[in-house]
Design a protein around this ligand. Structure first.
Ligand code: GLV
Length: 317
């Protein structure tokens, strides 16, 4: 029986399934392993079912035992893993696409609504009991008729586009390539990011984090947005330069932000915490029972497919 290290606690049904299939090392206390500990406890393992909280950088990967042949990441994103380093060591890296598209798109829409309709201030006021209805209390931005710019029109971006369209938004997008008309759903393609930003009343960041996208949303790119734009990020914190975004919020260049992901999670930039116009969530994108169950099942299936066939359709390196 293959031996699998599971770095984070999973839902019970997934752990039961793993126990039937593999000799598993579970993490029942859901401890966040240091890189040193991860290397130590992976000794003798054939594979690792990792999470986005595991920093599998070059140094860590180079110190993994030779027995490890697969890193099955429990996420669609894999910015936490140095793919090149894994490839050099002949370790297959897999992810969990598709199964989390709907749940993550729901949070993407929540970020747009929360930021535009001043949900943070509203929740605070309602909880503190210091509010009264008045014609101009917490006036927000209506979505109907406003332009949504989607940066990264993959599966999640397309689903956000579909929902936002039904809310009356006009959809624009930037992607490496133009999509076919079925996937595009009438959205307007911008070959250049600059062009997309200039029409984005609301920006939704949906692209993967990679060398090319790190800090793509920065001081210069933020300047291209219409004044009073709303910036939301459901993808990865690394894509946004926090200092620049907080500065844009302070200057009212940006009206509000809606964020689910951050650099250096869970220690987000304190500049967001004190900002009334920041609608912030703690990385809830895929956090539903259905989705987390399906993600873990897929991460397990990826391991099984790999050990049975030597390949895996969800291989990313
Ligand atoms: C969640 O953030 C994921 O990448 O699966």
């Amino acid at each position: 029986m293959k031996k699998i290290l599971v770095t984070r606690k999973l839902l019970n049904s997934n752990e039961e399934k793993l126990k039937k299939l593999y000799d598993v090392k579970l993490n029942s206390n859901d401890e966040l392993y240091s890189q040193k500990k991860l290397i130590e406890i992976s000794q003798g393992c054939d594979g690792i079912l990792s999470a986005l909280t595991d920093k599998l950088d070059k140094e860590t990967i180079n110190l993994l035992p030779d027995s490890v042949k697969i890193l099955s990441n429990f996420a669609v994103g894999f910015g936490n893993i140095d793919l090149e380093a894994a490839k050099k060591r002949n370790i297959t890296v897999t992810n969990t696409p598709e199964v989390l598209t709907d749940a993550t798109a729901e949070i993407g829409i929540l970020l747009i609504l929360g930021a535009c309709r001043r949900a943070s201030e509203g929740i605070e006021g309602a909880r503190a009991g210091d509010w009264k209805w008045s014609a101009n209390y917490l006036i927000g931005k209506q979505l109907t008729g406003s332009r949504l710019g989607i940066l990264g029109m993959g599966r999640i971006g397309q689903k956000i586009a579909r929902i936002a369209k039904s809310l009356g938004m006009i959809i624009h997008y930037h992607n490496r390539s133009k999509l076919n008309s079925e996937k595009e759903q009438g959205a307007i393609y911008h070959e250049k990011l600059e062009s997309l930003l200039s029409v984005s009343d609301v920006l939704s960041v949906c692209c993967p984090a990679s060398k090319e996208t790190i800090n793509l949303i920065n001081k210069d790119s933020l300047e291209l947005l219409p004044k009073g734009a709303v910036v939301t990020n459901v993808a990865r914190g690394d894509i946004v330069d926090d200092e620049a975004l907080i500065d844009a919020l302070n200057r009212r260049k940006v009206y509000a932000v809606g964020l689910d992901v951050y650099k250096n999670e869970p220690n987000l930039n304190p500049g967001y915490l004190k900002h009334k116009s920041a609608f912030i969530l703690p990385h809830l994108g895929s956090a539903t029972k259905e989705t987390r169950t399906a993600m873990a099942n897929l991460a397990i299936d990826n391991i099984t497919e790999f050990f049975q066939t030597g390949a895996c359709k969800n291989k990313v390196n």
